[in-house]
Design a protein around this ligand. Sequence first.
Ligand code: COA
Length: 187
Amino acid sequence: MIEALSIPKDLYMNDTTANRLSLPPYTIFPEIIGDQILLRQIVSTDVIDIIEISYYNAVRATTIQEASNMQAAINKDYNNGNSIHWGIADKLTNNILGTCGYYRGLATGEGELGCVLLPQYRGQGYMTAAMLLAIEYGLKTIGLKRIWARTNRQNQKAINLLEKLSFSKVADSEADETEYELRPNVR
Ligand SMILES: CC(C)(COP(=O)(O)OP(=O)(O)OC[C@H]1O[C@@H](n2cnc3c(N)ncnc32)[C@H](O)[C@@H]1OP(=O)(O)O)[C@@H](O)C(=O)NCCC(=O)NCCS
């Protein structure tokens, strides 16, 4: 299990002078190292372990072939500068616990943050730790001015996560969804 949440004081600060966006793809795929987890690129040998949490356009994979095809589409989006998708790995075993990333809007300075954990790794704080790393990367490296997430109104675990990370509710939208956003403090 990971340590209790502690948000670094300057995590949600953004430097007003840093207005330029640094969009994917990067020369080297960014690996972000935390205390007990790291965010890294998904490789082909990971796919078999993440079939049940492989999604693309809100469709879930049911076979390794579908999950591989989705990963190829995700890689294409990354190469086109539209998204960045990380595997959340245990630092000791390198096993994938879940995934997270930005899936839309990067070119406009806004990123839609998404995340999913394999069921056996939920309720232990892994996603909070992963989100803190992804948020810091989004604000400080990509240069995002707004990070947003959309979830089903009944998805209390996702709402807990977003509220714990200081996201504010923007609006309930149609189709039973609700949207949360994070805007950095400007210094
Ligand atoms: C949304 C989702 C990622 C949240 O997962 P999660 O396991 O609740 O989130 P974390 O890994 O941050 O764990 C936090 C939970 O672990 C508990 N916890 C236990 N030990 C902990 C520790 N050492 N540190 C932090 N939290 C800990 C927390 O109390 C919290 O539980 P609570 O929500 O009941 O208060 C997960 O439910 C999921 O994958 N859902 C399906 C996909 C989805 O809905 N994605 C969201 C789209 S916006």
